[in-house]
Ligand binder design. Sequence first.
Ligand SMILES: C[S@@+](CC[C@H](N)C(=O)[O-])C[C@H]1O[C@@H](n2cnc3c(N)ncnc32)[C@H](O)[C@@H]1O
Length: 539
Amino acid sequence: MMNKMKEGVDVLKHVCPVCKDEVSENLGQHIKKVHGVNEFSKAVLKAKEKGMRDPEIGVLFNITFRELEKIITEVYGINISVLKKPKKIKGWVPIDFKEATTTVWSFKQRGNWATHDGRYRGNWSPYIPRNVILKYSQPGEVVLDYFVGGGTTAVEAKLLGRKCIARDINPAAIGLTKENLKFACYQKYPIYEPEVSVGDATDLSDIANNSIDLICAHPPYAGIINYSSKVEGDLSKLDIDEFLRRMAKVAKRSYDVLKPGGKCAILIGDTRKKKHVIPIGFQTINVFLNAGFKLKELVIKRQHNCKTTGFWYAKSIKYNFLLLAHEYLPIFEKPKSSVVSSLKERAGDYKMVVPALEKPLLKRKLDELETTTVWILPEKDFEERLNKNVIDRYSERKGYSIISFICYSNNETKFIEETKNRGKRLLFIKSAFLANNPSQSKVEFYLKKIKEIINWDLPKITKGGFIVIQTQDVRIDGYVEPLAKRFVDSICPDSLWLKEIVVITQEGQNSYTDTTEKRLKITHQYLLVYEKKDRSEYV
Ligand SMILES: C[S@@+](CC[C@H](N)C(=O)[O-])C[C@H]1O[C@@H](n2cnc3c(N)ncnc32)[C@H](O)[C@@H]1O
């Protein structure tokens, strides 16, 4: 299709696959102009079927990745990355599999045992449902995935001897799931063939109440990937507000069909709009909490397909934003009985100390700093490295204040302030102190105090300046109190944008292997980065 030509100078010429003429203009433009859009789509698909890589197709036909996905989705009915099934089964179990024991899950290899492959665009790594199914269900119990896509959860349920109800709104996805379930293998568990059918997750009326042991599902995130071109009810076509409204229905019906004590694991990520983060993850957690669920765990799933080179990397440096590199996997529980709040203590016994400290400012260029939303820092100088990253990235050498909360004992909390150049560009509130001794009253005090500090300090921050809050999830009475989410829910003065949600963790901490502990060890914290708006941007 492609020839190099001509006297002296190398000019790229292409042979048009339709008329066989040699064309020196862009091949895509030529086919569209001379032969029409249908021939253009056919030519693109043919290149894809031959195994040409997406970036090469992009250059050859002058189309974006989105346009390519659209052509494939329209013709095949689903969004698939490889048109011919390349699969030869290499094994039935993951090699060296260890169950996750901490709240940060990271699978560098996505997993290609059994019939799993990356063909269905946006499918999740089989390590996720495998971990969830092993932790929260027993052989013979019923697992429901109502967003089953290419069938990853159903395949894992079958391999692990669980019964499975697998649904998806898209008939073509259900076809792919059925294809992926066509296997028989020797295994230590009894085999239950999953019940696979087309269905809408917002309507589970044919599933009996209190009949499901575990829900394990991965919704489309409000238009980030399009999963179909014409399927009515496909949530991937909705804007965020409508997506959340539909997810509220899903949550309500999930609550009804789960047995009391049953778990519901939902993988969900954030998105970015105009360089600011839209916290779809925390908003979706709210939707499930509002339906009556309790939060049993909040896992951070690292993403490894996030490129630190190329177009987005260059943009992220230019506009000072981080590449999204994590998703949330909240594990909800339908409580066995209604849980009584333990709010007995009064939030009175706290002191505050405000000495001013000086600290050297380390100057580094932005491109030497962490570039994604997951920062993994060495244990040895964790706090120091963290401070440097925050100060360098967000103070822009125009001054900063750090306020650190410290908890000395059960009922004594202090905060210390250190300031460099009062004409503040950055207010950094370091407040991971609740980990040792959390209680509901301390949480409420802490949230209130930090909001007061923000309200007090906000006028002193220059426009375009930043407020950064370091915080972490804590466990109270067996459930997770997601403090970062609580802040995001409650800090929304007209004058602040939520710019980033960063996850921070220590190197090596996530290889923690004590599997006797049923609960996951919380090994991550968060940085919530707010940017002060210009007056013209106030709502
Ligand atoms: C992120 S994908 C799931 C991928 C799946 N975990 C896998 O590994 O293949 C989301 C799926 O939700 C489906 N979907 C969208 N709206 C739906 C709805 N209302 N009911 C059921 N499925 C829906 C899409 O067709 C898509 O297959």
